[in-house]
Structures are given as C-alpha cells and as structure tokens.
Design a protein around this ligand. Sequence first.
Ligand SMILES: NC(=O)c1ccc[n+]([C@@H]2O[C@H](COP(=O)([O-])OP(=O)(O)OC[C@H]3O[C@@H](n4cnc5c(N)ncnc54)[C@H](OP(=O)(O)O)[C@@H]3O)[C@@H](O)[C@H]2O)c1
Length: 106
Amino acid sequence: MYCILCIGSVYLYVGWNQPIVHTNMANRVAVVTGSNRGIGLSVVRGLLKSDKFSDGDVFVTARDEAKGKEAMELLHKEGLARAKFHQLDITDEESVKRLASFLKEK
Ligand SMILES: NC(=O)c1ccc[n+]([C@@H]2O[C@H](COP(=O)([O-])OP(=O)(O)OC[C@H]3O[C@@H](n4cnc5c(N)ncnc54)[C@H](OP(=O)(O)O)[C@@H]3O)[C@@H](O)[C@H]2O)c1
C-alpha cells in the first residue's frame, strides 16, 4: 500500500510500515510515519538535530496515541522538545483524513 497526500505545499508520503519523510522547505513541515520507535523515531531525532531543519515543524506520528506520547516524553528528556505529535494509522482512512485536515488548517 502506498499513497501520497498533497495538502497545499505540505506533502505526506505514506508507505506500508515504512518511515517515510518528505520536507517542504517553504513551509518546513515534516511528518514521519511510524515514528514512535525504530527507524521512524531515529529519523525524527535526525531532523530535530539538523541545522537544515532548525526552524521546521517535525511531527511524530503513531497509530497508538499512548505509544506516541511515550516517544514524545523520551524526545523531551533528550532535549528535543520541538517535536510535535499527531495520531496516524496509515491503514485507517479516517485517521489519514484527520491528519490531512489538521495539516491543511495549520
Ligand atoms: N531495522 C532495519 O534494519 C530495517 C532494514 C531495512 C528495512 N526495514 C524496514 O523499515 C521499516 C521500519 O523498520 P523498524 O526497524 O523501524 O521497525 P519497527 O521498530 O518495527 O517500527 C515500525 C513502526 O511502524 C509503526 N507501524 C506499524 N504499522 C503501522 C500503521 N498501520 N500505521 C502507522 N504506523 C505503523 C509501528 O508502530 P507500533 O509501535 O504501533 O507497532 C512502529 O512505530 C519496516 O518495514 C522494516 O521492515 C528495517
């Protein structure tokens, strides 16, 4: 399964259980799928520490809100307090739409 959502100039690439990130340098918003652990969480850390993304929004997303909040606590303890969170289950169309609407209004 693979889909690409285009919300204005924010692009969200959603791959099957794969942490995929696309950044738009004008709006500087990055959304990382499956980022409560593993490679996704490492991608989030990398973006937050990158000089090239020092003023961008980085969204941790997880299908399970509780796991997402645990990841956020971990990032905050590491001094990476700039991370933001939104729920996202890539297999749930309503969840994808909720995130799309949220980003569009942002
Ligand atoms: N680690 C490697 O060396 C390696 C190498 C090559 C390729 N890969 C591939 O890269 C991917 C990520 O690897 P990883 O080691 O980071 O895996 P991981 O530690 O198992 O993490 C997978 C992440 O995807 C999330 N996820 C699963 N189903 C989801 C869904 N429907 N919607 C949203 N998020 C979902 C998981 O959330 P939950 O915590 O809720 O399960 C978790 O956050 C995997 O597909 C893996 O096969 C990994």
